[in-house]
Write a protein that binds this ligand. Structure first.
Ligand SMILES: *[C@@H]1O[C@H](CO)[C@@H](O)[C@H](O)[C@H]1NC(C)=O
Ligand SMILES: *[C@@H]1O[C@H](CO)[C@@H](O)[C@H](O)[C@H]1NC(C)=O
Ligand SMILES: *[C@@H]1O[C@H](CO)[C@@H](O)[C@H](O)[C@H]1NC(C)=O
Ligand SMILES: *[C@@H]1O[C@H](CO)[C@@H](O)[C@H](O)[C@H]1NC(C)=O
Ligand SMILES: *[C@@H]1O[C@H](CO)[C@@H](O)[C@H](O)[C@H]1NC(C)=O
Ligand SMILES: *[C@@H]1O[C@H](CO)[C@@H](O)[C@H](O)[C@H]1NC(C)=O
Length: 364
């Protein structure tokens, strides 16, 4: 584990020095910073797993496909363009100031007998005590170099309907890491940059150390709109196109001139109970499917509703916050944040063996 961490840090160093973030510091206890920039990395536990999607299917209950949701207890079937922080009483995220919501599609195992089971999630590396959920990163190249999102802001990245590769290579904006060894071992690369173990499609073979999803959001904003009809057009990639994590010093296009912190999600899927090839399809194909019905994995996507209190995100980006070390913010222990929950208002089975995916799995 220690060895793999050192390799990780060596490999990431070149990338990091280009981005203004010093990743040479220990990853474990949020200690020691001091690159020119900032990079928050913190865990958010599950607040609910249910079929709601206030971005794509506002007001619809149930929505088309299942999600795992983290963050503030203001999450609902539709969410106003208001200061979400004011509507919240708790958050399942590590910092009490982060009352945002984050969500992704879930992953299912389709057994040989054509029944489905949800793949459990586990705490990510360095996030002991979390209940599944999402690890969130916010990265900025230097103090005052990014503008924090505004109250009401939301965005979506990825394309739930995609079933083909983007051919972005190491600049791919979503991927699955098939860990060849337990405890996050066997891959020394930054997210989505391992040419062997990071793929835009679902892994084709059992992954002894589980699967980690990464989803990277665009880093430029039009400076005006809190949202857009497809929840994507008000944000954009830098000139030259999508870039690898954590390169955040690109030039924003004139259409989207405002540089915002780069948001990235990380999700750990515990596939250990599903590695028996006797249960895999007889034709040798892989058995995993996203809650959208996507068995390729190319349709992985992420959703974000901003909800940081006041200027807390701006202050943490401008003051060298690094991992969980941030004097601008207030930490809460997992046993506290894990108490923050949203009642499941859809009330359908999310954990049994199911004859079909919730919603039928035919939806984007
Ligand atoms: C966090 O950063 C500050 C400022 O650089 C430093 O004094 C402190 O020791 C760091 N905290 C930890 C836990 O490393
Ligand atoms: C969630 O939305 C429903 C339907 O719009 C509404 O009745 C309910 O009060 C909302 N809940 C919260 C906590 O805002
Ligand atoms: C939200 O709360 C902040 C302080 O916590 C306050 O300044 C602001 O006016 C509130 N906004 C609304 C719309 O109530
Ligand atoms: C289908 O296969 C799974 C995995 O072996 C098993 O747990 C489940 O009971 C089976 N369901 C049916 C209806 O046979
Ligand atoms: C960032 O902006 C603040 C507020 O305008 C200013 O006080 C501070 O000196 C700036 N920091 C840097 C490094 O430019
Ligand atoms: C990003 O930073 C690196 C290293 O500081 C520099 O070489 C590169 O030109 C920068 N890129 C842009 C687009 O500013």
């Amino acid at each position: 584990m220690l060895t793999s961490r050192i390799f990780f840090l060596l490999a990431i160093k070149n990338v990091a020095s280009q981005s203004g973030v010093d990743l040479d510091a220990p990853m474990l206890i949020g200690g020691g910073i001091r690159g020119p920039g900032a990079m928050l990395r913190f865990g958010c536990s599950q607040i609910v797993i249910e079929r709601l999607d206030p971005l794509v299917n506002p007001g619809m209950s149930p929505s088309t496909h299942m999600h795992q949701i983290v963050g503030s207890d203001a999450f609902n079937s539709s969410m106003p363009y208001a200061d979400i922080a004011n509507l919240s009483s708790c958050t399942s995220c590590h910092f009490t100031q982060d009352l945002s919501n984050y969500w992704t599609a879930n992953l299912y195992f389709k057994a040989r007998n054509n029944t489905y089971k949800r793949i459990p999630q586990t705490a990510n590396q360095f996030n002991d005590g979390d209940e599944g959920g999402i690890t969130v990163y916010y990265t900025s190249p230097a103090p005052n170099a990014t503008t924090a999102f505004k109250p009401g802001f939301r965005m979506l990245t990825g394309d739930a309907m995609r079933r083909t590769p983007t051919n972005l290579g190491k600049n791919k904006q979503q991927c699955y890491r098939c860990y060849p060894e337990p405890n996050w071992g066997g891959s020394p690369y930054p997210p989505c940059m391992d040419p062997k173990w990071d793929t835009e499609h679902l892994p084709q073979q059992p992954c002894p150390g589980g699967i980690r999803s990464n989803i990277i959001f665009p880093q430029c904003w039009d400076g005006k709109n809190l949202d857009s009809p497809n929840h994507q057009d008000h944000v954009a990639h830098p000139v030259g196109g999508p870039v690898a994590f954590p390169i955040v010093n690109g030039t924003c296009p004139t259409s989207h001139p405002v540089r915002v912190p780069q948001v990235m999600f990380e999700v750990m899927w515990d596939t250990s109970g599903f590695n028996d090839k006797e249960e895999w399809p007889e034709d040798g194909t892989q058995p995993l499917v996203l809650s959208t019905g996507d068995g390729t994995g190319y349709g992985q996507h992420g959703d974000y509703v901003f909800g940081w209190e006041g200027d807390s995100l701006q202050r943490s980006m401008d003051n060298h916050c690094y991992l969980r070390n941030c004097t601008q913010l207030t930490e809460q222990a997992p046993r506290i944040k894990n108490l923050c929950k949203v009642p499941d208002t859809v009330n359908e089975d999310v954990d049994g063996w199911m004859s079909e995916l919730p919603g039928g799995g035919e939806s984007g």
